[in-house]
Design a protein. Sequence first.
Length: 259
Amino acid sequence: MDWLLEFTRHHFLIFILVLARVSGLLLAGPPLGGAEIPKQARALLAVVLAALIAPAQSGVALEAPASWAGHLLMIGGELLIGNTLGFGVTILFSGAQLAGQIVGQMSGMTLADVYHPGIDAEIPIFSQLFYLVALAVYLVVGGHRLLMSGLLGIFAAIPPGGAGLDVSPADMLVSLIGESFSLAIRVAAPATAALLLASLVLASISRTLPQLNVMALGFGLNALTTFGVLSLSLGSMAWVFQDEIEPAWQAIVAGLVNG
């Protein structure tokens, strides 16, 4: 009976560690990391994924800690790995939201904010638009499959219980933040350039016809320019985001494996 108890304890510990890593990923990574997704749905999905992945990890040689503190430390390391995976993807999506904020500031439409339940705050409507476009592109090109593939790759490189709380992929996060800013600038560039040109045209008109109400004319012109340029450049934004997904995910996985 001792061997049966040890066998059951080993498999249960493997399942708990896998569940911790998967839960960390689902808590932080889009599209399931936002508060708009019910907690019950995320918890059920985490249990299902852990139940599917755990049997493949049952052959891992795992030495059970002698104390509860050791167990908690081991579970904390798994949560940290999962959170790092999800947070890396979130950083990439934040580039799309930053681009929307830049466009909103330049167009003067920052009053048209909408509530974002994922961050429990109001954001410019263009940030929400770009985020939803990025999310649609992410799902269409198979970002969720890439996520699962990377997760299994991380399990192969770092088996359950093989990580501690000293995981520090700082270089990877810094690189992702840089890519996120680059993405934001590239996405916002067409609308920003068009709005800058519109401002120069308005300045010329105000010098020629000072009796015109440039403030009232400028707001309408900026709105018209913004929507016109976005209608033409939204497809390029999707293309730019698509090109960033796979390199960013490879950088995340490499940062964790080599970190």
